[in-house]
Design a binder for this molecule. Structure first.
Ligand code: IPM
Ligand code: MN
Length: 362
């Protein structure tokens, strides 16, 4: 038997545990077929634990998570907990403390999936967004004074260091070289597009743009470079998504444009992402929320969680298995399920997991 990977699983809130279970099923099937082992350890972080113990994430948690090869997350978000508590206390804390400085979010339309972009097919919607995941407004300095008065002042600043920008851009160039359209036999060039706002945010994005061209010219001359303003990017993501190959952008812009991207690929039932520390422990998650109203009904779509699992395999180095999972998902969207929406798939959550696992075994 081949490698053994130790995976920390955080099923989380709402429908998180249900979708993660289907992910496990599929990943184990891939392990059996491609000869590796996954040793999974569950952690009960989430809203229920918080309501029970008053603790969002125990002190030792991050150090424990550091011992694993990867983290597989279901969903965080509980109707009984004030918004922000779990998101900041679990998701963002893990991202920042494990220095997962890349958020990789492919935008790929699979066969049979309905997109709101009339006339667009899987040919047209096939790119990846690399979102800087450790800095910007998310971690910038700020504060409030005279709160509650008519003189209230608030500041929340976009802070980027050269170090943060450069490490993110280097990852993006490497990714474009390996997984760009030329590398995948789908185009003439591997193209990295920097998404910014150099016409207004003339300090922060000037830094991004300078480093982009400086290291691009020197170390990645084979990767074609383009620059787009973020607002225009939103238009093209709707009008001409086929222009894009690999995009790289700041934390806040990346957060916003990847929700738009997810919608164009069929929505939260399919969109997955990875929070990656290329030198450390990465965490993979379906982008959608915990969808509490569907909890326990066995009707939620597990494909986004399964796709997150495929990304995890790829990052662990099991590329063949990752591709097999993605191909199996395409079979299921292309030939089996009727819709990605909860309750409208024509199959239960568990049946969709069985279908994907079945295509991997054959
Ligand atoms: C995401 C989410 C998070 C973010 C929230 C829940 C903190 O929107 O993963 O995109 O803003 O990064
Ligand atoms: Mn978001």
């Amino acid at each position: 038997m081949g490698n053994t990977y130790r995976i920390a699983v955080i099923p989380g809130d709402g429908t998180g545990p249900e979708v993660v279970n289907e992910g496990r099923k599929v990943l184990q099937a891939a392990g059996t077929r491609y000869g590796f082992n996954l040793e999974m350890t569950d952690f009960d972080f989430g809203g229920d634990r918080y309501l029970r113990t008053g603790e969002v994430l125990p002190k030792s948690a991050v150090d424990e998570l550091r011992q694993f090869d990867a983290i597989y997350l279901g969903a965080i978000g509980h109707p009984g907990v004030k918004p922000g508590v779990l998101e900041k206390g679990i998701l963002l804390r893990i991202r920042f403390e494990l220095d997962q400085y890349i958020n990789l979010r492919p935008v790929r339309l699979y066969p049979g999936v309905e997109t709101p972009l009339r006339s667009k097919t899987p040919e047209h919607i096939d790119y990846a967004v690399i979102r800087e995941n450790s800095g910007g407004i998310y971690t910038g300095t700020g504060g409030v004074s005279m709160k509650g008065t008519t003189h209230e002042v608030t500041v929340q600043s976009m802070v980027y260091t050269r170090f943060q920008v450069e490490r993110c851009l280097r990852y993006a160039f490497e990714y474009a070289r390996k997984f760009g359209k030329k590398a995948r036999g789908r185009g003439e060039a591997n193209t990295l597009g920097l998404v910014g706002k150099t016409n207004v945010l003339t300090y922060v994005f000037d830094l991004w743009e300078r480093v982009f061209h400086e290291i691009g010219e020197k170390d990645y001359p084979d990767v074609k470079r383009e620059y787009y303003h973020v607002d225009a990017t939103c238009m093209w993501m709707v009008k001409s998504p086929e222009w894009f190959d690999v995009l790289v952008t700041s934390n806040m812009f990346g957060d916003i444009i990847t929700d738009l991207g997810a919608e164009t690929q069929g929505g939260m039932g399919i969109a997955a992402g990875g929070n990656i520390n290329p030198e450390g422990v990465a965490m993979f998650e379906p982008i959608g929320g915990s969808a509490p109203k569907y909890t326990g009904k066995n009707i939620i779509n597990p494909l986004a969680a399964i796709c997150a699992g495929a990304m995890m395999l790829e990052t662990l180095g099991e590329v063949e298995a990752a591709n097999a999972v993605e191909d199996a998902v395409k079979e299921v969207t292309g030939t089996k399920i009727k819709s990605l929406s909860a309750g409208k798939m024509g199959y239960t959550t568990r049946q969709v997991g069985d279908l994907v696992a079945g295509f991997i075994q054959t």
